[in-house]
Design a protein around this ligand. Structure first.
Ligand SMILES: [Zn+2]
Length: 436
């Protein structure tokens, strides 16, 4: 397996990654290109775009200028902060509730509604539907969180059609970010094609209904059924990524949101990453991420170290040590999911047998899978390539585990950040399925 000369990504990273002649991946190149973007011009474009939709909504006497899909995480907070405090919009917040919420996530969602005084519309799937859909999708495509992505990228459009609100404001363009699949220079917008191909893994509602194995009924799949395209066109519905127009700095915005708007991060160590502010609102991420490791040999610590290295906050060597520590960890929340799905761990692993990348995994005579390749075992990068690809580092205190970031990244060096509010500590009691 080849690994990026700058970050920690392997060449088999999903959904797609490209390496150039210097051995540097497309995600690293996109991060470089992002620094060259003329953000002042982009911001002016966004201001004009927003003014146009705001004027239209007020002309029609509509109560809302736009829809903001939210989970309650740091990006949701930043989207709503920008919309209400900087651009004077009146958004309707829309959440698809997948049932895999952490208490911290629900606390942050409440904080979002309260701090920015916005209306929130929440569509919840029944837990039994979630159970059967997750079990079916684990077997069909090795993903227990299919409904989660499908709902998040469908429900806001249903609400947009129903309420005739043409503008949907998404946050950062995540696909350009990690593996550089899209270029921000191209000003990507939301497309139903991307939703179907990536978020829903090419599986549409009619495919599920046509498969007798699924046992699911049309009304149970309602939150994942995309509205009629002609109706969408008639209303002129558009999904805009704010991160295409506004420089998205997750670390800086999280600090501001904690300081001024009551956003809370994970209070102590996490099982699958050192990062305490990414994806803290649902516990399914751990299992989703573990499945990625079982299939492709890498996990969330790879994603998170890549981001740190590209920002000059971490060396590649430090990143590799963290990948080694976290990526292969079996999350304790897996037990909760096995219980929900009503299957054994052997059945869980067997469901993805044919999806294991054999460049990474080999099966021993005893039938057990072993990882034969990992960045910390057989790194393909030579020292010349490594030094040529290296980025300058930021000041010591601003490094990942530097003093200024001690509440945002867990390390053995600093004590966990003391939260003023004890309610966050309930997180340590372990995950459960919380719907309300
Ligand atoms: Zn890279």
């Amino acid at each position: 397996m080849r690994y990026c000369a700058r970050c920690t990504f392997p060449e088999n990273a999903r959904p797609t990654i490209l390496f150039d002649e210097e051995g540097i991946c497309s995600g690293c190149r996109t991060a470089e290109a992002k620094k060259q973007i003329d953000w002042d011009t982009r911001e002016r474009m966004f201001r004009e775009l927003v003014a146009e939709y705001k004027a239209k909504a007020r002309e029609k006497g509509q109560p809302y200028d736009c829809i903001i899909p939210v989970s309650g995480g740091k990006d949701s907070h930043y989207q709503v902060y920008l919309a209400t405090q900087v651009y004077g919009l009146r958004p309707l917040l829309v959440t698809y509730n997948h049932g895999f919420n952490t208490r911290l996530g629900l606390r942050n969602l409440r904080n979002l509604v309260r701090s920015f005084n916005c209306d929130l519309l929440r569509v919840s799937s029944g837990l039994d539907t979630v159970r059967r859909l997750s079990r079916y999708m684990l077997r069909r495509c090795g993903d227990v969180t299919w409904h989660y992505h499908a709902g998040i990228f469908t429900v806001p459009f249903q609400v947009a059609v129903e309420k005739r609100i043409p503008l949907i404001l998404w946050g950062d363009h995540a696909r350009s970010e990690l593996t550089g699949q899209f270029r921000l220079e191209d000003m990507p917008e939301f497309t139903n094609w991307c939703r179907q191909q990536y978020d829903m893994r090419g599986i549409e509602i009619d495919d599920i209904l046509a498969d007798p194995e699924s046992g699911l009924r049309r009304h149970e799949l309602a939150p994942f059924t995309f509205p009629d395209m002609d109706l969408m066109d008639e209303i002129g519905i558009r999904g805009v990524y704010m991160g295409v127009y506004i420089r998205w700095d997750a670390l800086e915005s999280t600090k501001m949101l904690m300081r001024d708007w009551g956003f809370a991060v994970h209070p102590g160590p996490r099982e699958k990453t050192f990062n305490l502010y990414h994806k803290i609102d649902d516990h399914a991420n751990e299992v989703h991420d573990y499945l990625k490791y079982l299939k492709f040999g890498y996990g969330r610590a790879t994603d998170h170290t890549a981001e740190e290295i590209r920002s000059g906050r971490m060396t590649r060597e430090e990143g590799i040590a963290l990948v080694r520590r976290y990526d292969s960890v079996r999350p304790s929340s897996l037990d909760l999911y096995l219980d929900l799905l009503g299957i054994s761990e052997e059945e869980f692993e067997a469901a993805i047998d044919d999806q294991r990348d054999t460049e990474i995994w080999e099966r021993g005579a005893d039938g057990r899978w072993r990882a034969k390749s990992a960045i910390w075992k057989n790194d393909s990068v030579t020292s010349n390539m490594l030094e040529a690809a290296r980025l300058p580092l930021v000041a010591e205190a601003d490094r990942t585990f530097g003093w200024n970031n001690r509440h945002l990244y867990y390390s053995d060096i600093h004590e966990p950040w003391p939260h003023a509010d004890d309610r966050f500590l309930v997180e340590r009691e372990g995950p459960e399925f919380v719907l309300v």
